[in-house]
Design a protein around this ligand. Structure first.
Ligand code: 13P
Length: 328
């Protein structure tokens, strides 16, 4: 498959991406919450439960994995990329090495370019065809700073360049932490628009092929502590409005992160956008982590007796998100 074909397949009708690329630290937090010890076996069993769910390929085009999961056999003895291939699901890999706090405002830039070219060759051999790199931006008084915006944009552009050169599809993820704080939705709109504008400016400067990448942004939302919460209608409107202003039409798809929204909220806002706006130049789809996994993870709670039930819960959510992608 060419890079354009891979990018398009990831946002095929009714389909989107499952983000199961939590680092060991993040996965440990998720498992702590359900009182399961974070051993390599438990982390990999959870990924096995998700990818062996019957029928999941109707809603999932690709799964973003973490290094540990792509490299090692699952508890059932199989390699995850082989299981996914058998279901016609594409394997992806998170290639950044996390956000580094560099100033007193705890702004970050993303690490991971060291040895990236070599790791990409490894990941290709292991079956990965697409990748993800996440940059994080804090919202606040005079935040994000110019340095955080430009530094992260250039990081994303350098990453996308190396990945396309290696023959894989980059997912560019600039995540503005819009839910953290008491700002209103307008502030989120301003910041997200500014960030996306800068990201695409630098992607263009570095000669990134827009038809061979995907964008993974946040939705535009009021801070959790804001007194003026926005309606789904406003969220859909402001999100699509800034995407129209900033995202080139050659980009095949925009795959939203769920960013701490509840599964119903993330699904509902995605549905509203797809219901309200037809004929956009790009597909509006998903690359949810928590919104796809949270309910099923709780249903499992680390007990083998619960696996079947957890898979059912997972499948129900995946189908809901898949319908939302079509505005249903
Ligand atoms: P959430 O949907 O839980 O925000 O995760 C998506 C993701 O991959 C963040 O990098």
């Amino acid at each position: 498959m060419t890079l354009q074909e891979i990018a398009k397949a990831l946002v095929a009708p009714r389909k989107g991406i499952l983000a199961a690329d939590e680092s060991v630290g993040t996965m440990t937090k998720r498992l702590d919450a359900i009182k399961v010890v974070s051993t390599p076996e438990n982390r990999s069993l959870w990924r096995e439960i998700m990818v062996t769910t019957d029928g999941i390929e109707v809603a999932i085009s690709g799964v973003i994995l973490f290094d540990e999961t792509l490299r090692n056999p699952l508890p059932n003895g199989k390699m995850i990329a082989d299981i996914l291939k058998g279901k016609n699901i594409l394997s992806g890999i998170k290639v950044d090495k996390g956000a580094y706090k560099y100033n007193e405002n705890e702004e970050t830039f993303t690490l991971g370019q060291d040895g990236l070219t070599e790791r990409l060759e490894d990941y290709k051999k292991l079956g990965a065809v697409f990748t993800k790199w996440r940059a994080v931006y804090k919202v606040g008084n005079n935040l994000p700073s110019a340095a955080a915006i430009t530094g992260n944009s250039i990081g994303l552009a350098e990453y996308a360049l190396l990945v396309q050169k290696a023959g894989l599809v980059p997912i560019v993820e600039p995540e503005v932490l819009v839910l953290k704080g008491n700002h209103d939705i307008n502030k989120s709109r301003q910041v997200t628009e500014k960030v996306l504008k800068d990201v695409f400016y630098w992607l263009k400067q570095f000669g990134i092929k827009f038809d061979s990448m995907l964008l993974k942004p946040n939705m535009v939302l009021a801070g959790k502590e804001s007194k003026s919460q926005a309606t789904a209608e406003e969220i859909a409107q402001l999100t699509v409005e800034i995407l129209r202003k900033t995202v080139p039409k050659e980009i095949p798809g925009i795959v939203f992160l769920s960013g701490g929204l509840t599964p119903d909220e993330a699904t509902g806002y995605l549905k509203k956008m797809n219901e309200k706006y037809k004929g956009l130049p790009w597909q509006l789809s998903y690359s949810f982590g928590r919104a796809l996994q949270q309910e099923a993870l709780r249903a499992w709670s680390g007990k083998s007796n619960n696996i079947k039930a957890a898979q059912e819960v997972f499948f129900v959510r995946a189908k809901k998100v898949s319908s939302a992608r079509n505005g249903k």
